[in-house]
Design a binder for this molecule. Structure first.
Ligand SMILES: Nc1ncnc2c1ncn2[C@@H]1O[C@H](COP(=O)(O)OP(=O)(O)O)[C@@H](O)[C@H]1O
Ligand SMILES: [Mg+2]
Length: 310
């Protein structure tokens, strides 16, 4: 048996007749940075909300650090820190005041609370601005304060839901450094939820690709790319690109925009080329692009990640 910090077994959620998450099985191993990658609406937040006990699953079971969430919720939740997608901090309060409030919710008091607040502020790089009201912060600083709130009780497992939405690149890098330090210096396990391919590629040891409420692939980036991305192509078109795109759809998964067409053919490439050329469009360049997670995602889901976005 692996040393799983988080186990989801057959977890799913229906809203009425609508299935938000089908059936998800997942084991997050101790010490890894695990990515949950998928387009908006894929079911990522629903899945981790179930994992954290924020919403009840329609089916399936959750274990956190070997403790069943359904039978010992308090004990299980104590092992986990959730950094939610929507900021959960008070704008009128300072970072320190916010952390005092959240620390108290975790049952921290007195000297221990003060020590944890100082530590968390340091970890996210907010120590110097900690006395200012959060409303004066940049988007990135608010995100970092939100992150600090999820760390106060020193959880074994930190789950971050889209922690870089609306932040500047500098804050984003800061958040990445913080996540790496949490693992390196504090042995924490991290689940990183995002619809940004590059972030997951840069940060995560293993990745589950989520699409339409299901995990469509799971592995290291190298494994996913080797298994699924091997046969992607990028074509540049002259002429009626829209017609060419429409013709290519019959021969594989298509993405890209303007004169660029990305294709993962279902069979051989030649019939796809013939179909494109039959529309009158000309192919001005053709390159193989089977080397990244984006190509794997396209091959697995039949659509580009950003197509699912807002
Ligand atoms: N409370 C809810 N009631 C009804 N449908 C919901 C609710 N929450 C989420 N959904 C639906 O479930 C699906 C998955 O949503 P979500 O888990 O938020 O996706 P993601 O985090 O990957 O963007 C979406 O189609 C969403 O509209
Ligand atoms: Mg979400």
């Amino acid at each position: 048996m692996t040393d799983a910090v988080l186990s989801l077994r057959g977890v799913g959620k229906d809203y009425g007749k609508r299935t938000a998450v089908g059936t998800i099985d997942l084991e997050v191993r101790r010490g890894e940075i695990f990515g949950l990658l998928g387009p908006n609406g894929a079911g990522k937040t629903t899945t981790i909300s179930i994992a954290c006990g924020v919403i009840a699953p329609t089916r399936g079971t959750v274990e956190i650090g070997g403790i069943a969430l359904a039978t010992a919720p308090r004990q299980a939740k104590q092992k986990l820190g959730l950094v939610p997608q929507d900021l959960a901090i008070y704008e009128e309060l300072s970072a320190t005041q916010n952390l005092r409030y959240f620390g108290a919710l975790y049952g921290l008091r007195g000297a221990v609370l003060a020590e944890r607040i100082a530590w968390a502020l340091g970890a996210v790089g907010l120590a110097e601005r900690a006395a200012e009201p959060v409303k004066q912060y940049s988007g990135g600083m608010k995100r970092r304060c939100n992150l600090a709130a999820g760390l106060l009780h020193r959880p074994e497992l930190v789950i971050l839901d889209e922690p870089t939405v609306g932040v500047d690149p500098q804050s984003r890098n800061h958040i990445f450094d913080t996540i790496r330090a949490l693992r390196r210096d504090h042995g924490m396990t991290v689940v990183y939820v995002s619809h940004y391919m590059e972030e997951v590629e840069a940060l995560c040891d293993r990745v589950a690709i989520v699409d339409r409420g299901a995990i469509v692939a799971l592995g290291t980036i190298e494994e996913l790319v080797a298994a699924h991305a091997g046969k992607g192509f990028e074509l540049e078109l002259a002429g009626d690109a829209a017609a060419a795109r429409a013709a290519a759809t019959a021969h594989g998964a298509v993405s890209g925009d303007g004169a660029v067409l990305r294709l993962v053919p279902t069979g051989a490439l030649a019939p796809a080329i013939a179909a494109i050329e039959a529309t009158g469009a000309r192919i001005t360049s053709l390159t193989s692009r089977g080397t990244n997670l984006e190509a794997a995602f396209l091959a697995l889901t039949g659509h580009a990640l950003r197509d699912g976005g807002p």
